[in-house]
Design a protein around this ligand. Structure first.
Ligand SMILES: [Fe+2]
Length: 179
């Protein structure tokens, strides 16, 4: 085989492996977003303050759109939109569900615990999207990267909103109630 042909064959093999890895990561992301939809529904039902309930409700609706964008990404890379189980997210969800069950009902401290659980989830999603965007760009799939960036920014904004609700509303009011 000519040197040039060998080089092209190696390049095609690498691209195939990258596409497979990216597809698997995308399947994991679809699993994560669908699972987080279920969790957010539970969180919403357990919020004490309306502000937190509204924030989670808004992000739940954003997540429904994110799932549609992910499915569009699958179409663009010509891979079936299937879910791939993620052990990390399963553990995070189990922990969050335990928090929802254990925390006392209708209290501000429950909201604080919900915020912390939601922040962990957002943080993980942000890291996942970051990796996916880099991979899409490496594969030369700018259209896919653009869709993933929209999801990334929504996750980032959602985490910032949770931070500000946590800092400005819950923890400060808690300090005031103790003085
Ligand atoms: Fe999210």
């Amino acid at each position: 085989m000519e040197q040039k042909e060998k080089h092209q064959a190696t390049k095609a093999k690498k691209q195939g492996m990258l596409k497979e890895f990216f597809g698997n990561q995308l399947k994991e992301m679809l699993y994560i977003e669908n699972k987080s939809l279920e969790l957010m529904q539970e969180m919403e039902e357990n919020c004490y303050t309306e502000e937190l309930e509204d924030a989670i409700n808004e992000h739940r609706h954003q997540t429904e759109k994110q799932v549609k964008r992910l499915k569009k990404c699958f179409r663009l890379i010509e891979v079936e939109p299937e879910e791939k189980k993620s052990v990390i997210i399963d553990n995070l969800l189990n922990e969050s569900q335990a928090i929802l069950k254990e925390a006392s009902n209708s209290s501000r401290s429950k909201d604080a615990l919900i915020i912390i659980a939601a922040q962990k989830l957002e943080h993980f999603e942000i890291a996942m999207y970051n990796g996916l965007i880099q991979l899409a760009l490496t594969m030369g799939k700018e259209d896919v990267a653009e869709l993933l960036e929209k999801n990334y920014h929504e996750e980032y904004d959602s985490e910032c909103l949770l931070n500000s609700i946590g800092e400005e509303k819950l923890f400060i009011e808690d300090e005031e109630s103790q003085t």
